[in-house]
Every structure is written in C-alpha cells, then in structure tokens.
Design a protein around this ligand. Structure first.
Ligand SMILES: Cc1ncc(COP(=O)(O)O)c(C=O)c1O
Length: 525
C-alpha cells in the first residue's frame, strides 16, 4: 500500500461541506498526512488493517515458537537499515519489518512456548490496545484523559474489592510488577520514617538500618527497589523457605525478633503470592498475623498469583491477601493482557500521598480541593498509558470468570505436567506448584553421566531454543541447574508437554554421548 501521493479524505470532512478537505493541495503526501487527524481517518483504517493482516497471518502461520535465530545473524540486518532514508511506503516497511522482527520474533501464543511468565493475549485486550494508542489519552491528569481516569479508577476499585482491601483502598496502574513493587517499597519506607518520627536530619541515620524481609524465592525487583530507595546493600534479608519453597513462618519470626533486638526497623515484609520459579504462595494468614503483631507493613507481591482473584475454583489460595497493606498485581501475567498492565493497590489511600508532588503547570494543589481527579498525584510516572482500557474491554466483553477459567486451565495443565515428569525416572522434579510452573531437570544415570547433569540440562535448553521447536526456561535450585516450564497458554496440551520432554531427553543424551565419547578417546590406550 502506498501512502505517499495518496490523499485520503475523511467521510466527515466530505460530508460537512461537500468539498474536498482543506488539508493542502493534492500531490505527494507530506508528514502532515502521516498524522492521525480528522482528515486522515481513512488512511488510519487502511494502514492499521494492513498491519493487522500481516500479524494475523504470522500468528496463524507460526509452526514453532521461535526460529532459533542468533543475535549475530540478526544484528547486521537491523544495523544495515538506513534510518535516515525512509521507505515512504507502508507495504515496503511491513516487508522490511517482517525480516527484522516478525519472522524471527518469539511467539508466546504458540503451545510450545513454555519459558517465562508471558501469556498469550485475549483479543478484547488487543482491541483496547488499538483504541488506547489511537486516542492516546495520558492518564496523568483529568484534563488529558477525562473518562479514562474514571475507567482506571473503577478498575482499581474493582481489583481492591476482589482482594478485599476494604473501603479506604486505592491504587494506581503501573508499567509492571517491578514498578509496583518499587512504589510499594517507597510507601513502606516513608511510613517507616514517619513511624520512627524521623525528620530530615534523622532520615540519614535511619535509612541504612531499615530492613525488608522476603523469602529467598521472592522476586529480585525487591532488591532493586531497595537500592533505588537508598537503602543499605544488606537491607533485603532473604528468609529460608519450607520444603514447598514457601516463606517459613518460623524464619520470619526469628528475623523479626533479631531485627528488634538489633534495633534494625523492619520497614516491610514482602510475601510472594506466586513465586516466579516455583509458583508457590507464601502462608499469607500466618505472615499477616506476625506483621500485625509486630506493626510491620505487609506487601504481597501477587504479580503472578493475581489470576487467582478471578479463578472460579482457586480463589481460596489467596486467603490472607486481604490483610496486606499493599499488593502488586500484574494483569500482563495471569489476566492474559498485553504488556504493560500492572497495578499497585493499597489498603489506605492516604499513604499514596508519598507519591504526590504538585506542579503549577499540571496539577496545582488547588485541584485537590476542587476534587479534580488527577491520577498523577498517586503515580511515579507523569505521562502514562491508558493500559486500564485493555482490562476494561476484557471484563466488558468476556468477563472476569472467563479470564479465571483460562487461568484455571493452565494451573490444571501444570499439575498434569508435574505428574508426567514426576512419574518419569529420567527426571527429577522440584516442589509441586500451586500455580503453573514446573521446575525439573533431566537426571542422567548414576556414574560419569550424572556428574554432567548441570551441563546436560544447560545444553538441552540451548539446543531446544536453537532448534526453535520449543522454548523452556532455566533456573538454579540449591546450586544446580534446572529447567522450568511456565505454562500460561491454555492451548498447550499434555501432548505438547510430552513432546518437549522427549526433545529435552534427546538433546541431553546427545550432549552426554558426545562428552563421554570424547573422554574415552582422550584416555591413553
Ligand atoms: C513475583 C514477581 N514479582 C514481580 C515481577 C516483575 O514484574 P514485571 O516483569 O512486570 O516488572 C515478576 C516477574 O516475573 C514476578 O514473577
């Protein structure tokens, strides 16, 4: 499709006066024709339709989750494009995009994409994405978003209600779990400073002593947040987990006691509802009890486990989350939403004031008195996407139960995958997930091959990715290399899982055979 030289008239401007629109003389299209305005709506329709067509073809035609392309092969193609010489043509640009991106992208919708916490996305949310980028509301202030602000607020209220945070709850959409956790830690730090009565002078002495307790299976974004918030390198204390890789309440009690004795104020306990590797949920009621007793802020990182909020059968697994002071939810993990879509919820809306700053040009303080809802008053960001719209259309078109049913399906599938591997003597599986991961490793026969278990699993993962046939993740457990399935696609069948299992065996065995043969050849005759 050529857009240069092509003038596209909107129906509205034609109908208004019966004459061609006054966007300038006919001739080669200039930059003005690339702007979405009331005169270019028809071009917008055509261009987007062509783009959607390409992606739909790719999605429908994908036979493998990945082509296995290496950075070394792809980088020269990207580097070779002269960004100062535009193609001026949509079709040509899409052709080019196909070669540098679409053809070799990693496709999460493919049933044998089993690697990270990436979900296939629901179509109503894609509709939301298309609407929100075209209208381009910015959710910092009412005067840049109007209804968008109200829609986001309704979804925050809806989520807080699902969690059970109570009538004073509030929150804000964020770019992801990392940002939600960062903001939660910021609020907890400020509340800890207030509780200690620390004025500006005392803060410098207090900050290095503040501690955050989280399990050793908690997410690394908490450590990053601690650094960004100026805490000490020892601020995040990793707590031991039980045999199911959940925070040990005894370890928590011990650490709370130690911090009290050593005058190290605990600014937050971070419980994880859905650990990234093991998909396990910390014992929230017991952790909440200890936090209440110690007067410590409880943050629940439910970035992964939040899908249970809409699960028709497993909501009870989140019991205790309603006692949190703050909660992270990632709709872009278990609500089947496109990146990005996350939120931070708080029990008491008053604490969000720690993120409130006023600028005369944007959100002067008088607007608070005028009750003008400016979401920037609660956010770390200023200009902010209307990500909430994707969830809104998802709830309005397919409903929360539909999302919950999809999540239930993947949790069921992970249980099936765990059983499959557990029953297979060639594999060792780690703890059974409450969500949708399976951590396991190929276990070679005892003897010299067993000593190469780490290398064999690393090799199998890489070889699988290089073949493009399937993608699995890897992690370390107790110092050893393991593989991980993260199942977030209801289209993945147990047969897919079994096929990937067999491919892993083939690759691992090939590695072992080559290594052991080479050893034999090197031995003196
Ligand atoms: C438990 C947990 N918390 C936080 C995060 C960070 O979320 P995001 O990648 O959206 O920043 C993740 C990501 O995997 C996670 O698993």
């Amino acid at each position: 499709m050529r857009l240069q030289g092509q003038r596209v008239h909107s129906a509205r401007s034609e109908a208004a006066d019966g004459a061609p629109p006054s966007a300038g003389p006919a001739g080669p299209a200039g930059p003005r024709e690339q702007l979405l305005t009331n005169d270019t709506a028809a071009a917008y329709r055509q261009v987007l339709a062509e783009g959607v067509e390409r992606v739909a073809d790719r999605i429908a035609g994908t036979r493998h989750p990945f082509t296995g392309i290496t950075p070394a092969r792809l980088a020269p193609q990207v580097a070779g494009i002269d960004l100062d010489r535009p193609l001026g043509d949509v079709t040509a640009a899409l052709d080019e995009l196909d070669t540098v991106y679409l053809r070799d992208a990693v496709y999460f919708h493919h049933p044998r994409y089993l690697a990270h916490l990436n979900c296939p996305v629901v179509i109503p949310a894609l509709l939301g994405e298309a609407v929100l980028t075209a209208v381009n509301s910015s959710l910092d202030t009412w005067d840049q978003s109007a209804g968008g602000t109200l829609i986001e607020q309704r979804l925050i209220d809806w989520t807080a209600e699902r969690i059970g945070l109570g009538p004073a709850a509030d929150g804000i959409f964020t770019s992801g779990g990392t940002q939600s956790n960062l903001q939660a830690m910021l609020l907890a730090r400020e509340e800890a400073c207030l509780a200690a009565g620390a004025g500006a002078a005392e803060r410098a002495a207090l900050l290095p002593r503040l501690r955050i307790l989280t399990s050793e299976a908690g997410h690394f974004s908490i450590r990053k947040a601690a650094t960004l918030l100026g805490l000490s390198p020892e601020a995040v204390v990793p707590l031991a987990t039980d045999d199911r890789r959940r925070m040990s309440p005894a370890a928590l009690a011990r650490e709370l006691d130690r911090c009290r004795r050593e005058d190290l104020p605990v600014m937050a306990v971070v419980a994880t509802a859905g650990t990234t590797d093991f998909g396990t949920i910390d014992p929230l009621p017991e952790i909440a009890r200890q936090c209440a007793e110690a007067g410590v802020w409880l943050h629940v990182d439910a970035a992964y486990g939040c899908g249970l909020l809409v699960s028709p059968t497993r909501r009870h697994l989140l019991a205790g989350i309603e006692q949190a002071d703050s909660v992270t939810v990632d709709y872009h993990k278990s609500f089947f939403q496109p990146v990005s879509s996350s939120a931070l919820l708080v029990r008491d809306r008053v604490v969000l004031r720690h993120a409130t700053y006023h600028a005369d040009y944007l959100n002067p303080a008088r607007m608070v008195e005028q009750r003008i809802p400016n979401q920037v008053d609660k956010s770390l960001q200023t200009t902010r996407r209307f990500d909430a719209l994707k969830l809104w259309l998802t709830l309005r078109i397919m409903g929360a139960d539909g999302i919950g049913a999809l999540f239930d399906e993947v949790v069921d599938r992970a249980a099936g995958a765990w059983e499959l591997l557990e029953a297979d003597p060639r594999f060792e599986v780690v703890t059974r997930s409450q969500l949708s991961t399976v951590v396991f490793r190929y276990l070679p026969e005892p003897g010299p091959a067993r000593d190469l278990a780490d290398e064999a699993n690393l090799y199998a993962r890489e070889a699988l990715a290089a073949s493009g046939a399937a993608l699995v993740a890897g992690t370390r457990v107790d110092g050893r290399h393991y593989l991980k399935f993260t199942l977030l696609n209801p289209a993945t069948t147990l047969d897919d899982v079994a096929q990937v299992r067999d491919l892993i065996v083939t690759h691992a065995r090939q590695y072992l055979t080559e290594r052991l043969d080479r050893r034999l050849q090197c031995q003196p005759a």
